[in-house]
Design a protein around this ligand. Structure first.
Ligand code: 5AD
Ligand code: FES
Length: 370
């Protein structure tokens, strides 16, 4: 079967759902290695031997939502809540700019009150100001109205990440309280597109009660939505959360979670080809070199944390989050050598937009001219 998958990937023939399922079910380590060689080749063809950095600033853990799996959910009373001041966020952005990162990601718990919306609008404009328009801005700030999305886009942000978390609606409803609605979240992905953003989505991999068929459907959903970026990672236990209570043997399944995370990257690269795919911190939480392995399986984006270390321990979405103590200067040294070690180049100073987004717009423009 893998030979057929290889042949198809070399000849741009779309994989079937059964082939995606086959990929996600691979358990033999040698076969997995061969799979990653095939998916890496596709990454190399569409992106090059290149990794783009996005400095992520996790500026607040205040959240109005209550997702059952998440460490910063509203009901978790063991978390000390924080919100960085504007100048602290700008300091992170300036650090990223001075170190030639092409862009930053602003991420926080979800809020939609006017004070928050205005605050973000101002931060976006100021990041543009201090970088003379050069730093790209990705937002990861949850579900908002079209007006809010448009305001933020018009202020200078140009990419937005909103994970659908799982496309199995039944599972979605088990992982969230009743007022967290799958359809609303899906609709937001369309609103983001309409507002002009390059849109990213993704899922958690290896959730309790999630099947391999669910993950195949997630990949089909990414295609149907025609998204530009994918950010996904293994589900990890976060203590004091309801979802964590469903699992008693997490240590025993860590290896499986890790491999499933890598196989999802490979499958998405083979199926969507020219999108940006992040190798997420959740992979590194499971294995020291998990993020590098994610790149080797076909991912091309790394999001180094540039948040002040003072706040990092309060932004724990799950247990064992790495790099809590290392400051950004230490992180960049460590990351750079790690990337060089796997023979990849860092796209310093570039926004690193999704080739899929660029290709899509070229096609539209061609049509307009004809
Ligand atoms: N394990 C893995 N990922 C998680 N996230 C939240 N909680 C967890 C967890 N326990 C992810 C969600 C969210 C992103 C910011 O973090 O997918 O969209
Ligand atoms: Fe904050 Fe889910 S708990 S968005």
């Amino acid at each position: 079967m893998l030979d057929q998958i290889k042949y198809k990937s070399e000849n741009k023939i779309e994989l079937t759902a059964d082939e995606l399922k086959y990929i996600l079910n691979i358990s033999d380590l040698e076969e997995m290695k061969s799979l990653f060689e095939i998916s890496y080749k596709v990454k190399e063809k569409y992106i090059g031997k290149k990794v783009w950095f996005r400095g992520i600033i996790e500026f607040s853990n205040i959240c109005k939502k209550d997702c059952y799996y998440c460490g910063i959910r509203k009901s978790n009373k063991n978390v000390e809540r924080f919100m960085m001041k504007e100048e602290e966020i700008l300091k992170g952005a300036k650090w990223a700019f001075d170190h030639n990162y092409g862009s930053v990601v602003l991420q926080s718990g979800e809020r939609d009150d006017k004070a928050f919306v205005d605050f973000i609008t101002s931060v976006i404009k100021k990041i543009k100001e201090i970088s003379e328009g050069k730093l790209g801005i990705t937002l990861s700030l949850g579900e908002q109205t079209y007006e809010t999305y448009k305001t933020w886009f018009d202020s200078g942000a140009h990419r937005y990440l909103l994970r659908i978390e799982t496309t199995n609606k039944n599972l979605y409803s088990k992982l969230h309280p009743n007022d967290h609605d799958f359809e609303t979240r899906k609709k937001c992905l369309y609103l983001l597109k309409d507002a002009g953003f390059q849109v990213g989505t993704g899922v958690m991999i290896g959730l309790p009660e999630q099947s391999i068929d669910d993950l195949v459907n997630d990949i089909l959903f990414f295609k149907e939505l025609d998204v530009d970026m994918i950010g996904m990672g293994p589900y990890l236990v976060s203590e004091n959360t309801p979802t964590a209570q469903l699992i008693s043997n997490f240590d025993e399944i860590k290896e499986r979670q890790y491999h499933l995370g890598l196989k999802m990257i490979a499958a998405v690269r083979l199926y969507l080809r020219d999108v940006n795919i992040a190798s997420t911190t959740a992979l590194q939480a499971l294995k020291t070199y998990g993020r590098e392995m994610g790149l080797k399986a076909g991912a091309n984006i790394i999001m180094p944390n540039v948040t002040d270390t003072f706040y990092r321990s309060s932004y724990q979405l799950y247990n064992d989050k790495p790099c809590i103590d290392e400051n950004s200067d230490l992180c960049i040294d460590c990351l750079e050598s790690r990337i060089i070690n796997i023979d990849e180049e860092i796209g310093f100073g570039e926004w690193g937009d999704s080739p899929h987004f660029i290709n899509k717009n070229l096609k539209v423009n061609d049509k307009d001219e004809n």
